[in-house]
Design a protein around this ligand. Structure first.
Ligand code: FMN
Length: 193
């Protein structure tokens, strides 16, 4: 395959679109769009999110220690994007977007009620990366919408309808259809004869 070298930039790499929900010392909720997010360990269950040190979200996490990360479904793209355009230092984004939050049962961190998948997290440590702080957090609880489960308890990803963010070209995309089962599709090739 013929390729172009783009240099050490962040262009195009597909990332999830999430809302990080936090609370400040006065109990005010803040919502921030974040795409530099991922689950990075199963044991212990750990999530990483990279935050610019000037974000209100970063200050809230350092002070309050608990937060949630919420998948943004395609239907919430406008509200989600607004939370990436405006800082909680200057505006109340719950008011701006009408997104409702509820207290997480395990940590009390705010969860975005209309998100199909919310992850309650507790701050563990951070790594300084220039202007950014890679926050590592323990996953305390995950809340998945009922509509995603069939009678056998099997998950249908269509209920999550997660946005994918393509940095650099600054576009949100939706998932297409299922391609294959993981840890399974490759068996035909991975199996020794
Ligand atoms: C699609 C998208 C993804 C973003 N991802 C991140 C991110 O991962 N880390 C970060 O620090 N800022 C990210 N931002 C920028 C913040 O969302 C933005 O600066 C926001 O206003 C900060 O809000 P706060 O000050 O209330 O925390 C992203 C913005 C957009 C639109």
């Amino acid at each position: 395959m013929k390729k172009r070298q783009l240099g050490p930039c962040v262009t195009f790499f597909p990332q999830p679109a999430t809302l990080v929900a936090t609370q400040d010392g006065e109990g005010r909720t803040n919502l921030m769009m974040a795409s530099w997010v991922g689950i990075v360990s199963k044991t212990p269950p750990t999530l990483a999110v990279s935050l610019h040190h000037q974000r209100k979200t970063y200050a809230n996490i350092v002070a309050g220690k608990v937060f949630s990360v919420n998948i943004v479904p395609a239907r919430l793209v406008v509200a989600g994007d607004a939370c990436g355009l405006v800082s909680g230092h200057v505006a109340d984004k719950s008011e701006l977007t009408s997104l409702v939050t509820v207290a997480g049962a395990a940590t009390g961190a705010p969860l975005v009620d209309d998100s199909p998948l919310s992850v309650e997290c507790r701050y563990v440590q951070e790594i300084v990366l220039g202007d950014y702080r890679l926050v590592l957090a323990e996953i305390i609880e995950i809340h998945a919408c009922d509509a995603a489960f069939d009678e056998q308890g099997k998950i249908d990803a269509r209920a999550f309808d997660p946005l994918v963010y393509l940095g650099g070209i600054r576009e949100y995309w939706s998932l297409g259809s299922k391609s294959a089962d993981a840890y399974s599709a490759g068996l035909a090739m991975a199996k020794k004869p």
